[in-house]
Write a protein that binds this ligand. Structure first.
Ligand SMILES: NC(=O)c1ccc[n+]([C@@H]2O[C@H](COP(=O)([O-])OP(=O)(O)OC[C@H]3O[C@@H](n4cnc5c(N)ncnc54)[C@H](OP(=O)(O)O)[C@@H]3O)[C@@H](O)[C@H]2O)c1
Length: 259
């Protein structure tokens, strides 16, 4: 067996279908790119059509198979419609990546119900509903991979975690509950835990060079994260290779969490 065929046997996503929410930007886009390059047919889901089309253009230009669904995941109706539309592109997914997320940052003392509701809807309820829609089918077919993107704030209070940290903490619990429900049927559920990654999400923080440098200092690698840092871990968690890894939180954070 050549090294190529060994690696392919472990990690290839040929023939798999993936749905990546938030796949048009930042970490989700890098994950979508990685899954497509590893062989999966990828459907990216977000609101902005221009960025969705741009992402699909990039993936297909690189030889991948990709499509997009424009949807607002902040309402139950929007999530349900998105799920049906996404499943209609290449068929029912084998891989679900929940990367769509928002971080509205009022500190706890100023946190209103509107921010709480909006945060829980996108960061927690959408992943739950998508899991309910796709998880049982994955279990029936005997293979599935659910990957959530959580946060340091799922594990510690940090830079005004507010509602965001609560939603991400619950998302880690959701992954464990999904793992408990479906792992014996070949469906794993895990989370990727970033450190600080310069994306649209934290534009305000990213534009403060002192804060950016201080955050880089808190890592062991001496730099902040790049969206591309998630590619390898995402392919691993989506592939056959991770069959015995479930209910886990994977820190892709340059050592931020252990410093
Ligand atoms: N960047 C970091 O340092 C960091 C750290 C820890 C965790 N994370 C997590 O990583 C994930 C990705 O974040 P990122 O940094 O890559 O952010 P990003 O570049 O802002 O991407 C967020 C994605 O979510 C989509 N989205 C947001 N609200 C949506 C909605 N209501 N309906 C559908 N799609 C929606 C956005 O597209 P549209 O706006 O077009 O809808 C975009 O594709 C998030 O869950 C975030 O919490 C990021």
């Amino acid at each position: 067996m050549t090294s190529q065929s060994y690696l392919s046997d472990l990690f290839s996503l040929d023939g798999r279908v993936a749905v990546v929410t938030g796949g048009s930007s930042g970490i989700g886009r890098a994950v979508a790119r990685a899954l497509a390059r590893a062989g999966a047919s990828v459907v990216v889901v977000a609101r902005g059509k221009e960025q969705l089309a741009d992402t699909v253009g990039e993936l297909t230009a690189a030889g991948g198979r990709a499509g997009w669904v424009a949807a607002d995941l902040s309402t139950r109706h929007g999530v349900r419609a998105a799920a049906e539309e996404a499943a209609g592109v290449f068929g029912e997914p084998d891989i679900l990546v929940n990367s769509a997320g928002i971080n509205l940052r009022p500190p706890m003392g100023e946190l209103g119900e509107d921010v709480w509701d909006a945060t829980m809807a996108v960061n927690l309820e959408a992943p739950f509903l998508l899991g309910q829609r796709f998880g049982p089918g994955m279990a029936e077919r005997g293979f599935g991979r659910i990957i959530h993107i959580t946060s340091q704030q799922a594990h510690r209070a940090f830079v005004q975690s507010g509602a965001y940290g609560v939603s991400k903490g619950a998302l880690e619990s959701l992954a464990r509950s999904q793992a408990e429900a479906w792992s014996r049927y070949g469906v794993t559920a895990n989370t990727l835990v970033p450190g600080f990654v310069m994306t649209q999400l934290n534009q305000r923080l990213s534009s403060d060079p002192e804060k950016v440098a201080a955050l880089a200092e808190r890592t062991l690698t001496g730099r902040n994260g790049l969206a591309e840092d998630f590619e390898g871990a995402a392919v691993f968690l989506a592939s056959r290779a991770s069959a015995y890894v479930t209910g886990q939180s994977f820190f892709v954070d340059g050592g931020f969490s252990v410093h």
